[in-house]
Design a protein around this ligand. Sequence first.
Ligand SMILES: NCCC[C@H](NC(=O)CCC(=O)O)C(=O)O
Length: 440
Amino acid sequence: MREYNFDGLIGPTHNYAGLSPGNLASQTHGGQPSQPRAAALQGLEKMRFVSELGVGQAVLPPQPRPSLRTLRALGFTGSDEEVITRAARDGEHLLRLTSSASAMWTANAATVAPSVDTADGRLHLTPANLTQMFHRAIEADTTHAVLRAIFADAKHFQVHAPLPGAAHFADEGAANHTRLFTPGHKAVHLLAWGRSAWQDVKGPQRFPARQTLESSQALARLHQLEPARVLMPQQHPDGIDAGAFHTDVLAVGNERFLMLHALAFVEHPALLASLREKLGEAFRFMVATDDELPVKDAVKAYPFNSQVLSLPDGTMAIIAPIESRETPTARAFLERVVAGDNPVKAVHYLDVRQSMNNGGGPACLRQRISLTDAERAAITADVFYSPALHEALAAWVRRHYREVLRPEDVRDPLLARETMTALDELTRLLKLGSVYDFQQ
Ligand SMILES: NCCC[C@H](NC(=O)CCC(=O)O)C(=O)O
């Protein structure tokens, strides 16, 4: 098995609309101009870096925005241009909600269980319904279509439908999922959650908890995971109230290593004890206390939203956002990790600032999918990273993306046209077939 990081290609409408309460970066940068072209190229550079480390890399496409399908479903009629002009008359907010390039954060696209962990020996994927935030909920249908197109071979893959219902089964995908394993032990899946639909659990006071316990339970069932190898910790309500809207803002794990902030989970010492019991002596962890790394710094600098990657030489490397190098407490923690008794031997700081300014670090930008050789061979879409694909995608970005997008630009009907032209070309470049509603 080899892990592939499926990064979201940042879409042409990348903008700062302040859409996510509880996500402090989104709130802070709302209304500022964005740089879609630079954003997409930053994302591609991260893919290049990861690939050059010898780690599997692949790409997932952006989604059509503004979502004309959504605007039509809300009653705006006429040609594409008329739909946008009419929606703009009702104010900019609806256009902002339907123009977000938020599908770039593919950690939220789905939750995945590799075939070694599932009862039927197939790889299971469930697109996240993202019902907690309207601008993200409209991603689910297209994500489902894209995953069905890529993971089409039913012998190897099962792509489930997004979880049904609204608030009860709110699901944010792999941002709340961590898979850990040690030699000689089966993998353990951590499926975290922030609130319960039915049980009386103390949740955050200030900001919304996005994922429910009941969703995590449904994912464990759908993916046919062995119940004894699943743990469902609660995200710490104080962590959520400090801006950790997803688990991956305060915790990240890989194979036999987990690093976390003390406010990532409720009762983290008990969680670490059960992990030690399930994974044995080889399991390693590093906890940052609030004294060492104030949660405010962790939310601002995102050291836990790093990618922890297994390298071909058996060691691990951390890909952290440059904000973590600029924040002394975050940097000191990462340096302590590298010096500690664990497999991490290096930390690399990368610039994904365009995405960071909306609350998405290196880990948010990727969906981890472990594939056997046979599974990889069953995928016919051209989504696996290569220097040639990089060149083609960078040229595509330069051809189609605007340099700057101001908040009021979402009113421009040309933006939708440009995006459709770009995405239509992209589906051919990636050999995806017709996955978008405007292609039907
Ligand atoms: N995993 C990181 C997700 C970040 C994402 N941000 C946003 O949607 C901000 C969009 C805006 O405000 O323009 C979110 O909060 O779900």
